[in-house]
Design a protein around this ligand. Structure first.
Ligand SMILES: [Zn+2]
Length: 329
């Protein structure tokens, strides 16, 4: 299973489709990619920089970039580990592959070029790969996103698959501290159109045609979880999932709501928040229909008026017809 997440806020929905910047979370399919990383470009990433919690594989020509990323990764790991309840153990460092070229990153991971993927994290090996070129997104944000995945994988082990994809990606987006404005705009549009994707449809994969909205919703749900149930809610959720083995039970224990009821609460919240926008859009739509109707009516009125005018002209003309009888013209 493999999923993608939209992380860059473009300016308009049309632009979104063109500028989808994806982070990829590989659950099972990662193994082949990891092997490719290890073999295909191993010669290129021949230098190693070690820090307390990371073994950073990078190109020898770019030690500065590797050191910078390693420092950032350490800082992000400490923050994210504290938030999610992971006790850092230096004896089990994360392997971090740093690519200074987007093309190399894609090639190493066997990733689709069109999707502009910029980071991956592997469930079984906990390996993280990042496009550190900075062309498509900030490396620190990519790192935070992927480190969140890796920490959750480490905390949950095999139970990671019990956590729905929307929660995985929502937590990763939340911890990477992406601005909420872009997500909010997408959700506002979806809420106004009544096209919000139910979370049950985002449990194992995201729809290819609406990936951006799927990630925006995931982040929105996690922000709602934290706002309503506190900053420790994600940590408690992971702890409870570990204890019970059931995500739905963990949701009940932490929030008092089943996953379905929790989704209803979130939906109520976004509906309330975007009700004003929905009304404006409905009013705009009504006004457009009204204007179109008025334009049609005006056109028909003009046609009738013209027809009347033409009839009276014809009448006048007939009266001007040459009167053959008396040869008057
Ligand atoms: Zn992700």
């Amino acid at each position: 299973m493999r999923s993608t997440v939209l992380i860059r806020p473009p300016q308009s929905p049309r632009l979104i489709a063109a500028l989808e910047i994806m982070l990829v979370l590989l659950f099972y399919g990662h193994a082949a990619n990891a092997r490719r990383t290890a073999t295909g470009l191993l010669n290129k990433l021949s230098a190693t920089t070690r820090t307390s919690n990371f073994v950073v594989m990078h190109e020898p020509e770019d030690p500065f970039l590797a050191r910078l990323l390693a420092r950032t990764a350490e800082a992000e790991l400490k923050r994210i580990a504290a938030n999610l309840g992971y006790k850092i153990t230096n004896s089990k460092p994360f392997r971090l592959y740093v690519f200074s070229s987007h093309a190399d990153f894609l090639e190493a991971g066997g990733l689709e070029i069109g999707k502009l993927t910029v980071g991956t994290a592997s469930l079984s090996t906990e390996e993280i790969s990042v496009d550190a070129s900075g062309v498509f997104d900030l490396p620190e944000r990519i790192l935070a996103h992927e480190i969140t995945h890796a920490v959750i994988f480490r905390l949950l082990g095999a139970l990671a698959v019990e956590m729905p994809l929307w929660m995985h990606e929502g937590l990763a987006k939340y911890e990477s501290r992406e601005p909420a404005a872009y997500d909010d705009e997408m959700i506002a549009t979806a809420a106004a159109e009544g096209s919000v994707i139910p979370l049950s449809k985002l449990r194992n994969s995201f729809p290819k045609s609406r990936t951006g909205l799927a990630y925006a919703e995931s982040a929105s749900v996690v922000r709602f979880l934290v706002a309503r149930f506190g900053r420790n809610a994600p940590r408690k959720l992971i702890e409870n999932l570990n204890k019970t083995g059931s995500f739905d039970q963990a949701m009940i224990n932490v929030t008092g709501y089943s996953t379905t009821a929790f989704e209803r609460e979130w939906h109520k919240e976004i509906s309330k928040r975007y009700e004003g926008l929905r009304r404006i859009r409905l009013a705009t739509a009504f006004f457009s229909v009204l204007m179109a109707a008025l334009a049609v009516m005006a056109y028909l009125a003009r046609r009738i008026q013209k027809a009347d005018g033409a009839n009276s002209y014809d009448g006048d003309a007939s009266s001007c017809e040459p009167d053959e009888a008396d040869n008057n013209y």
